[in-house]
Design a protein around this ligand. Structure first.
Ligand code: NCD
Length: 302
């Protein structure tokens, strides 16, 4: 039985098979409509979600399976004090596979240690979000035709942004990628991610200045300041609008830049950018469903 707790739980070869299969599904979804007939996904969301939960559920339904679960910890027995270990054991009695999102880092790993069914981490606190990364690489591969030899800018909350951590961990395994990391000082990338980059011999640069760096980027991955991970409102208010990408800031950018964002967007990309052909974040959200269809199919060995 396989779990996906961090993106590298699938080898690079498996990741590339996954995005190949997701691309096939995207082109011809009706061919996959019966693949999971009779199978059940438990969708255990202890934290708010729109895209991740809906795309997981839509993915399972589109594979012919069914979905059970909850969209908030308040309506599960967690509110009565039940541990994740107990909840996941029980989920295994009712479902064949589970996607779990939880505010605590490490929660999905704990779940996998007690689970009788494959566990997919749908976001554990400020730590990791592997299926967002698979979505991101499917998107990047579709728009750039490659996953290597790129200058990848990541901007915003690089400290708490789990999507950033997972994406860097994966893209740094592909040759020739360089990283430009734009954030306020307080929201800089954690040291452990820098160690990984150094270990893999990847070039990276930290900067406060998005405009100064944007001209070098092939990819710009914008992120929201993660309000729910802050200890006080004051710091959030001070930092939340550190970066707002607008058409003026895009002036010096490459004509074939791809602008991604895991969404939800708050203020960090001005809506005028949505019309620019370089903005691919809504296409990216669509990719999320197909990559999750491919992942569910793979983990259920179907
Ligand atoms: C992200 C998350 O939950 O980490 N959203 C998502 O899954 N698409 C990003 C975010 O919430 O900022």
């Amino acid at each position: 039985m396989r779990h996906v707790i961090e993106p590298t739980d699938l080898t690079l070869e498996e990741q590339s098979e996954l995005i190949a299969e997701a691309s096939l599904i995207m082109r011809n979804p009706s061919r996959y409509a019966e693949v999971c007939r009779g199978k059940i996904l438990a969708s255990l969301f202890y934290e708010p979600s729109t895209r991740t939960r809906l795309s997981f559920e839509s993915a399972m339904i589109s594979l012919g399976g069914s979905v059970i679960g909850f969209a908030s910890g308040d309506v599960s027995s967690a509110a009565k004090g039940e541990s994740i270990a107990d909840t996941i054991r029980v989920a295994g009695c009712y479902a064949d596979i589970c996607a779990i999102r939880h505010p605590k880092e490490g929660s999905a790993l704990v779940a996998s240690q007690f689970s009788t069914i494959p566990v997919i981490n749908a976001g554990d606190g400020g730590h990791e979000h592997p299926t967002q990364t698979y979505t991101d690489i499917l998107t990047i591969n579709a728009v750039k035709g490659r996953l290597e030899n790129m200058t990848v800018g990541l901007c915003g909350d690089l400290k708490f942004g789990r999507t950033v951590h997972s994406l860097i961990k994966t893209l740094s395994l592909h040759p020739g990628n360089k990283f430009l990391l734009a954030s306020p000082e307080e929201l800089a990338i954690p040291d452990y991610i820098k160690w990984i980059l150094r270990d893999r011999g990847c070039e990276f640069e930290e900067t406060r200045d998005l405009e100064g760096a944007i001209g070098k980027m092939d990819i710009l991955y914008m992120t929201r300041v993660q309000k729910e991970r802050f200890f006080n409102e004051e710091d959030y208010v001070r930092l939340k609008d550190s970066y707002i990408l607008d058409m003026a800031k895009l002036e010096g950018a490459k004509p074939d830049l791809a602008i991604l964002h895991p969404l939800p967007r708050v203020n960090e990309i001005s809506v005028e950018v949505d019309k620019d052909p370089r903005a691919v974040y809504f296409y990216q959200a669509m990719c999320g469903k197909f990559v999750r269809m491919a992942l569910i199919k793979k983990l259920l060995d179907l």
